[in-house]
Design a protein around this ligand. Sequence first.
Ligand SMILES: [Fe+2]
Length: 229
Amino acid sequence: MPDPSRRMLAEIAAVFRAESRACADRTADILATFPGPDAAACGADADADADVIRALLAASPLAVAHATLAAFDALPWGRNPVASRISAEDNGLYRVANLMGPEGPLFCPTLRAGFYYQRPDTRYGLHSHAAVETYVIIAGRAHWTAGDTQREMAPGHAVHHSTYLPHACQTGPEGVVALWRWSGDIGIESYRMHHGLDAFGAAAARQAGPLPVSRPAGLRPSVPPAVPR
Ligand SMILES: [Fe+2]
């Protein structure tokens, strides 16, 4: 495996281990076995966004962002596991680079993980799914909704969604790059968009408690490298 991919996967694993959840540790363990994305098959779906994503990663204070930047050309942008469940308009708001899951590139039937990029000044509306989910912001910023709680999210902030907790993401002029992972029931059949801030969102939030936002200990700042071209 090329050193940039190895370093990136090690940094991602450290981020997930910082969650201190068994499912996050398992995700990190499996990522450690990944021989790395196949650069020859990757990247085309994010061509239009690549320069913006690179700039966001370069400006981040986090080591995981800089490791991701160094391995950027090998990232499999475009493998969005729920693309068939959302509208063409919503598909245009964001890009996903799926690292592991039932569809690969690292096959895992029980866990999913990857990168998420949402374009500037866009809203990925309220949606929910059976899978338990964690997002960790690694670059840029976002205004996050989970149930009836809203928070400003910056690099190093993490949010954990319990099963079926409705959530949404609004970006500002920067856009946002995050790591995400799913565990539990990771089938995409339960995924649905909530059109309007319906009562289901508030009810689910009361059941799940307040939105946890934290800065995992595994995220550390580092000196950004030059942006690879
Ligand atoms: Fe989600």
